[in-house]
Design a binder for this molecule. Sequence first.
Ligand code: ADP
Ligand code: MG
Ligand code: MG
Length: 928
Amino acid sequence: MATTTMAETDASSMQTKTGTKYVYFFGGGKADGNGKMKDVLGGKGAGLAEMTNAGLPVPPGFTIQTEACREYMRRNAVSKDVDRQMEEALAHLEQLQGQKLGKGDNPLLVSVRSGAKFSMPGMMDTILNLGLNDESVEALAKRSDNPRFAADSYRRLIQMFGNVVLDIEKSAFDEVFDNKKKQKKAKLDTDLDAKALQEVIAEYKKVVKKHAGRDFPQDPHEQLVMARDAVFRSWNNDRAKHYRRINNISDDLGTAVNVQAMVFGNLGDTSATGVGFTRNPATGGKEFYGEFLLNAQGEDVVSGVRTPVHILELEKLMPDVYRQLRDITTRLEKHYKDMQDFEFTVQDGKLYMLQTRNGKRTGIAAVRVALQMVEEGLITKEEAIFRVEPNQLYDYLVPRLDEKGKIEVLTKGLPASPGAAVGQIYFTADDAVAAVHKDKKAKVILVRAETTPEDIHGMEVAKGILTSRGGMTSHAAVVTRGMGKCCVAGAGEIEVNEKTREMRVKGQTFKEADWISLDGTTGRVIKGKLDTLDPKSDDPELLKFMGWAEPFRKLGVRANADIPRDAIQARAFGAEGIGLCRTEHMFFGEEKIPHMRAMILANNEKDRRAALKKLLPMQRNDFIGVFRAMDGFPVTIRTLDPPLHEFLPRREELMVDIDMLPHYDARQKKSLVSKYRDYGVKAASDLKKALPALLSRVEQLHEFNPMLGHRGCRLGITYPEITEMQARAIFEAAVAVAKEGVKVHPEVMIPLTATLKEMANQGAIVKRVAEEVFKEKEKSVPYMVGTMIELPRAALVANEIAKEAEFFSFGTNDLTQTTFGFSRDDVNKVLPTYIAEGILKQDPFAVLDQEGVGQLVEMATERGRRTRSNLKVGICGEHGGEPQSVEFCHRTGLNYVSCSPFRVLTARLAAAQAAASDQLKVEGGRTK
Ligand code: ADP
Ligand code: MG
Ligand code: MG
């Protein structure tokens, strides 16, 4: 973050000076810039400069820095200085190459490449072969003695330029190309000869004229200026904006533009292009990893028109080039001290490096690479701690693919929901359900163009979901993440045909019941049936890594868990107690809900006490389980919190049932009986009286704004017998397990207090019951009574409330809701617009709003501790497992964070990193 602001101040100070350096040259063994200047040159530009300075074979060129982009966004044009400096740099490049852009018998061609500070793979646009026109294409053909190559390069330029600069749909060009392939009976792109490609060019030009209303520009300089500006504009295209939003990258950074002499991988079979990693980015294995294509240009490798070849094959085809590539990339890795992701092109047997950057990787790979690099002496243990993003540890908690032997990756979509799934494909939700119906053990993968709420039943039975359309926030992505199910979304290269029950990808057709494997962590779709590995939170590598990070951690990490099973799970992930045990969730169990409902329906204290008496032993049992699981650690139990109507039937539904009752036959009445059984309806003859009575109670409880209504401590204050029963269950359970030798520390938490008196009222009940139980059972246990801080008023009078509360726990979900005045349940009506418009940067329910809500947290902590210096303060709520928010809690001096069991690992690492960067005074240095 500090670096972002630095870029901004740099930029504004430069702006006032007249002599801003907009253009940085690289070539001839040296560069104006270097690898540290990512703010200015973007990641790609900085990498090209660094590689040039290191004497590596990089085609020369220049980088137009990010300030030119910001200027363009402000004024819709660049300044004269930018134009002038660009022409100077171009002249320098022409001189160095002994060529002229798009002129003469050896024309200079360039690529125009975007490159922002943080890599945004495929999110912005690049144009290759710029400088070609009707004349220079002839010269290129003659010079290369390869008319097919020349024509192929030209048609690519018109296509990319048409799409990126002139905003013409890709499909307009694809149609022409596919028709030509059909007409010539060509299978592959490479089957089209020079003549056919010339015909394509003629038609492409018509497409340009028709859609853009102008001719394809023949002047190379005009091409260059237009392409540069289009790359600047691409910073704000939807794909790029969306990517930045989900990756939390500032919209203000802007992109740099790299103009670079072309090298050609499509000159014939002594030429090639490829991409690779210095280690395996999925597993972290120390192996050279990558793919290439002979006789191809840049994008062909990823586009899937042709299937690329494993990089090890290069050793056989071009042994010298292979050795040089290994040597260079090993040097790059040592230099950057991190796994590299690189691009290269071989032109007529000569190797060129086109890009290098720290490679993205899965969580498992991140941990393994960090461990290896420490062993290899490349980095220190302290540096290693920052090589893993806390969120990536989630990968250890979901199943993954067992990647022994050769696998065939069919395509890559978005890693929408992590984990792995292996199964047989079905194309409709009904088919998926039918398959599982037929064979309970069937493993199903639901393949859809997109999912909609109508597909839910199919998603429910599927092991994994694959869609060809839609992004990280599409229906499929959101729903599967909620279900904890693996999903690959928006795999655009897959054609899904629901009618024929087929999918096509990379020229292969897959039919219903064919096996595929999905990796939701990387987005890969893999052919066939792989084995899966169970999640391993006790993976030795993970433990070793955490063993380096954990000693730094100051913040405690607890889990939110309501039932013994979750508590056991949380403890296995390293939770040091429970920060929130929601008692109401315990009531949803089948045997409990009728008593819970009876308790709510009771309209007098006597009936209510009778129902509570039935609930008491059940609650006590749940607490016993949770206490045992947390032996030695504190357990925070919240008294009843939610609006009671959540346990009752919907008012409208009841009204309909009452209206329809006279018209129902015996069978329909029977189904009503079972529907209302939990509300005391035993036979059809009860319905006539019971339903209106139920309705009248539902109407009594009805509230216009239940979230601000009869809930939280207000329940316990109006019905003290509820708090009494809960306190009794807690202390009876605590004493019982203490007698078994379990160490218990119950912390009873009163929800939604706003005043000292509310706290005092409920605190008194809890303490009285505790004493009663201790006396009856002749044993006492240490305990505390405290409160949630989830209303702004509570934060304001925290010094008062702390007189009675022995601990605070920020309920940041409600605190966010009440501070913003956003209803958590309805906020999605406005949030997407707010984020798109930049009114809010992030969803405040996912990432704590440090600026606003955070102030309340700081203030309440400070005021509370003024009254009670040893006040224990924590947070529970979604934010407790979100790395930025965890860092905030560390800075604010909280005692602990509490989050869902599956985020405990993430919170532990985030807290350790926060503390380590304090102590080591290092900048995060994470790979972004
Ligand atoms: P992206 O950010 O999408 O990877 P790049 O700017 O890296 O975009 O370029 C897209 C493709 O074009 C890459 O495969 C790259 O290697 C290739 N490419 C870019 N510039 C050149 C060049 N000057 N000569 C040959 N290939 C190039
Ligand atoms: Mg690239
Ligand atoms: Mg709350």
